[in-house]
Design a protein around this ligand. Structure first.
Ligand code: CA
Length: 457
C-alpha cells in the first residue's frame, strides 16, 4: 500500500521536484592549466572538444567562472575545503591542506555518498593528508603536482612518483590520461546497482606540462604547425576522449539523468611564465600565476538533467568553491562554514541577485598579486606581467578595469576613477585581513611575500 502511494505521489511530482528529492550522483571534472579559449564552446577552432561541449549543451555555461587561485594547489584547496584557501594559510604549491579543513568528500561521505577520486591530488603527500585520509573511499592517481604521461620505469623525482591505487603503488603502463578516463569509467560501472549515490572527483593533470602525447592523438592534428601547440592539442584531445569515456559509462549505466556534472579548470593557461604549454586565453589578458583575467577566468560548466536548463548561460561572477557548495546542497550534506554559494537557485532563475557581492584573489608568495571583482569592476595589483619575472617586469601597481567594456583589461581606469579604485581596494584589504585572522585563529600561519613590509604574525 505504502509502495503504491509512493508511486502515485511520484507521478504527481514535477520532474524538478523528483530530482530534488533524490540525492544525485556528483561528478566533478577538473582540468589542469588549460587555456580559456581552448574548448569548442568558447570558439576554439583547431582542437575539437565534443565531450566537454556536450556538458555545456546539456547544462549551463558560466561566462564569468573563476578559479579561486591562479595556480594549482590554492584552487584545489578551495575546492576541497569549500572556502577561501587563505583561511587555511594555503597560498603556495603542494600543501598539505591543513587538518582544520572539513573537506567536501568527508562531508559527502557523512551524507551517505560513496566517494572516489581519480587523478592529481596536490594537497599533501604526507601521512594523514592523502586522498584516502581526507574523505575518499577509493583513489587512483598520484599525490604531487604533475606527472609524466608516458611512464618511465625507474624514473626519479616528483613527476615519476608511483601511481597509487588507494594507498599502494601499481604497475601502470597506460598513457596516463587514458588510464584516468578508464579508471573513472570503471568507478561509475562499479556503482551499478548500488543504493548509495556516488561522488567522483576526476582531476586530470592534462594539459599541464610535460608536453607528452602518444601517436594516436598526435596524428589528429597534422595541420597545426607549431609543435608545442600540436602536442598540447593532442593532450587536450586525449582528455576530451577520457571525459567521453566517463560520460558514456554514465549513459550505459542509466545514471546520466540523475548525475550532477561539473567541468572546470584549476587556473588560466600558462602562456608567459612557467610551465608554458601552448594554451590560448584569448581574449583575456595574462597567464597562469597572475590575477589578470587570463590567470583566473576559466571554462566552467554544470549539467543536471531536468534541473539545470540545457544550453543556458549564466553571467554573474562565480568561483570554484561555488561548485563545492552546489554539490553539498544537492547532496543535502553539511554546508556549515563554506564560502561558496549553492548555484542552483541562481541558474534556475529563482534568485536574481548575484551570488557574491565581491570576489577576491590573493597570491602573495608566488607573485604578490591580488585582485577583487565587484559587478563589472575589477581592482588589480600586479606587475604588467607580460614577461618572465626579472628586470623586464614593471613594478607592481594598482589598476582598475571595467570588464563589461574591456574584457581584455587594456584600459586602466585607476586614474580616471580613483573613488572606485579606493572602494574596491578597501574591500580587498578588509577581506585580506579577515582571512588572515581566521588562519591565525585556527593556529595557522598566513604566508607573506619575502621582504614584505608590514606586520608579520
Ligand atoms: Ca594548474
Amino acid at each position: 500500500m505504502l509502495k503504491a502511494l509512493t508511486f502515485v505521489c511520484a507521478l504527481l511530482l514535477p520532474v524538478a521536484a523528483l530530482h530534488a528529492a533524490q540525492k544525485p550522483n556528483i561528478v566533478l571534472i577538473l582540468a589542469d592549466d588549460m587555456g580559456y579559449a581552448d574548448i569548442g564552446i568558447h570558439g576554439c577552432k583547431d582542437i575539437p572538444t565534443p565531450h566537454i561541449d556536450r556538458i555545456a549543451k546539456a547544462g549551463v555555461r558560466f561566462t564569468d567562472g573563476y578559479a579561486n587561485g591562479s595556480f594549482c594547489t590554492p584552487t584545489r584547496a578551495a575546492l576541497m575545503s569549500c572556502r577561501y584557501q587563505h583561511r587555511f594559510a594555503m597560498e603556495d604549491l603542494g600543501g598539505p591542506l591543513p587538518a582544520q579543513a572539513h573537506t567536501l568528500p568527508k562531508r559527502l561521505q557523512a551524507a551517505g555518498y560513496k566517494t572516489g577520486m581519480v587523478g592529481k591530488w596536490h594537497l599533501g603527500s604526507e601521512a594523514g593528508f592523502t586522498p584516502m585520509d581526507r574523505g575518499f573511499d577509493e583513489f587512483f592517481g598520484f599525490l604531487g603536482g604533475g606527472h609524466q604521461y608516458i611512464l618511465q620505469p625507474g624514473g626519479k623525482g616528483e613527476y615519476n612518483a608511483p601511481i597509487l591505487r588507494n594507498r599502494d603503488p601499481v604497475d601502470e603502463s597506460r598513457y596516463l590520461t587514458d588510464a584516468f578516463g578508464e579508471e573513472a569509467a570503471a568507478f561509475v560501472e562499479h556503482q551499478r546497482g548500488e543504493q548509495k549515490p556516488f561522488f567522483l572527483y576526476l582531476a586530470f593533470n592534462a594539459v599541464h606540462t610535460p608536453l607528452q602525447a602518444v601517436e594516436k592523438y598526435q596524428v589528429r592534428f597534422p595541420s597545426i604547425t607549431d609543435s608545442k601547440r600540436r602536442t598540447y592539442a593532442a593532450m587536450l584531445s586525449a582528455m576530451d576522449d577520457a571525459i567521453g569515456r566517463l560520460l558514456a559509462a554514465l549513459d550505459q549505466t542509466g545514471q546520466t539523468d540523475r548525475t550532477l556534472i561539473f567541468f572546470t579548470n584549476d587556473n588560466g593557461g600558462p602562456t608567459t611564465r612557467n610551465a608554458v604549454n601552448g594554451s590560448v586565453n584569448t581574449p583575456l589578458r595574462g597567464s597562469k600565476c597572475e590575477t589578470f583575467e587570463g590567470g583566473i577566468r576559466v571554462p566552467m560548466l554544470m549539467q543536471w538533467t531536468g534541473v539545470v536548463p540545457a544550453g543556458s548561460t549564466y553571467r554573474q561572477p562565480v568561483m570554484t568553491f561555488d561548485l563545492s557548495a552546489t554539490a553539498l546542497a544537492a547532496a543535502q550534506a553539511d554546508a556549515s562554514q563554506v564560502d561558496g554559494k549553492d548555484l542552483l537557485p541562481y541558474v534556475t532563475g529563482k534568485l536574481q541577485a548575484p551570488p557574491h557581492d565581491t570576489l577576491f584573489w590573493r597570491s602573495r608568495t608566488m607573485s604578490n598579486n591580488y585582485s577583487a571583482r565587484q559587478g563589472d569592476w575589477k581592482f588589480l595589483h600586479s606587475t604588467e606581467g607580460d614577461a618572465s619575472p626579472g628586470p623586464k617586469q614593471t613594478p607592481a601597481r594598482d589598476m582598475l578595469f571595467n570588464l563589461a567594456e574591456d574584457i581584455g583589461e587594456q584600459r586602466d581606469l585607476a586614474g580616471a576613477n580613483p573613488a572606485k579604485l579606493d572602494e574596491l581596494k578597501k574591500l580587498y584589504e578588509a577581506w585580506s585581513a579577515a582571512v588572515d585572522a581566521d588562519a591565525v585563529q585556527m593556529g595557522l600561519t598566513p604566508k607573506f611575500p619575502k621582504n614584505a613590509a608590514g606586520p608579520k604574525p
